[in-house]
Design a protein around this ligand. Structure first.
Ligand SMILES: Cc1cc2nc3c(=O)[nH]c(=O)nc-3n(C[C@H](O)[C@H](O)[C@H](O)COP(=O)(O)OP(=O)(O)OC[C@H]3O[C@@H](n4cnc5c(N)ncnc54)[C@H](O)[C@@H]3O)c2cc1C
Length: 330
């Protein structure tokens, strides 16, 4: 419980919970019997043998109240502290009069003054898209969950190398062709793995290019989940990669491309992109106290290189600006 003075007495002080639970435990000891027929916890959890389903839990309306129908109870009832007003107060008193519990546990979550999201492109995008879809942050901009890309990641395997049939580590070369920005590509040697071609040496390569950020996340209310759709159908990326691999093979007679795949990425980028969803200080547009500081800010690719340093630089800049913004506000 958070007191009006701002002091947290629970969970900071678990004695509060223990004291309340001791009532139920005392009654449970006195009233041992089959679980289904148990009535000994009913003060704390009248519905405790019938856990509320997801649909029920999500059915709180915009006024923060979830109707309890014909089974009045206190444990399943949600009162959103952000909409604690006379109506909510009257409902709460009505519920208490109806149920007349001996013990009530009240748990409130104080809304944070500032929220910084750093759950990564996949995590932050999903959190925000779900918040918009559920209606808990309905005014999030339309760009939320959009402009996502996989950094045009491709894995390529070349075989016919001299030497052992497996590559060692760590990664030992990065080859780049950045002469034309439209077809810029970097290849990072990818160690490990045995050769798929018996007796032939192998070279694994991780290729990165610049891609259209045409992936997007969408909320599915039926399953309360968020799904990513990414066409990943830019044949031009495969053409550029194939051309570079052909040049490498030609320069190293006996080697050839064994396979390439776009079915993998370790560089998800986008979903809460600068300029579309977030301001330059990382604030989500229309939500000045909500900040994004991770790879969600970057639309789809980091210029044909690995993203961690760009993500870090972006986070540093975002946090520096956010601190200035907060200082101005205080
Ligand atoms: C296998 C692999 C190899 C890579 N190698 C390189 C490389 O060599 N060079 C390079 O530049 N980049 C590399 N990357 C990419 C790089 O790691 C990412 O671009 C970078 O870490 C992204 O930073 P971020 O802060 O956006 O997210 P992350 O570093 O992913 O941090 C997000 C954090 O949020 C947490 N989280 C997620 N959801 C929630 C939630 N709902 N609640 C609470 N916490 C949550 C996650 O557990 C994670 O700790 C690699 C990635 C992978 C997967």
């Amino acid at each position: 419980m958070t007191q009006s003075e701002g002091e947290i007495t629970y969970p900071g002080d678990p004695m509060c919970l223990y004291a309340a639970l001791s009532v139920a435990v005392h009654r449970a000891v006195a009233d041992a019997g089959p679980l289904e027929k148990a009535s000994h916890y009913t003060d704390l959890a009248p519905e405790w043998t019938r856990f509320p389903g997801k649909e029920y839990r999500l059915s709180a309306g915009g006024d923060g109240f979830r109707p309890y129908g014909e089974l009045p109870n206190t444990d399943q009832t949600v009162f959103d502290p952000r909409v604690w007003d006379d109506t909510a107060r009257a409902r709460w008193i009505g519920l208490l009069r109806e149920v007349r519990p001996r013990t009530v546990l009240i748990s409130t979550v104080s809304p944070g003054q500032y929220v910084f999201l750093a759950a990564g492109s996949m995590g932050t995008s999903k959190l925000l898209v779900r918040a918009k879809g559920r209606g808990s942050l309905p005014d999030l901009p339309d760009g939320i969950g959009r402009f996502w890309g996989d950094n045009a990641d491709r894995l390529a395997i070349r075989v016919g190398m001299p030497g052992p049939p497996s590559t060692g580590g760590p990664a030992h070369i990065v080859a780049t062709d950045w002469r034309d920005p439209a077809t810029a590509i970097s290849l990072a040697e990818f160690p490990g793995g045995s050769s798929p071609a018996p007796g032939e040496g192998v070279s694994g390569t991780f290729a990165m290019q610049i891609t259209e950020p045409d992936g997007s996340f969408a909320y599915d209310s039926a399953s309360d989940s968020v799904h990513l759709t990414y066409p990943n159908d830019d044949a031009g990326l495969d053409t550029v990669l194939g051309g570079v691999l052909d040049r490498l093979n030609a320069a190293n007679p006996g080697t050839r491309t064994y396979s390439t795949t776009a079915a993998y990425t370790s560089h998800p980028l986008g979903g809460a992109v600068l300029g579309h969803t977030c301001g330059s200080d990382g604030t989500v547009l229309g939500h000045p106290n909500l900040f994004v500081v991770d790879s969600s800010l970057i639309p789809g690719s980091t210029g044909a290189v690995t993203p961690a340093l760009t993500v870090t630089a972006r986070a540093s800049r975002t946090v520096t600006r956010a601190i200035r913004t907060l200082q101005r506000q205080s």
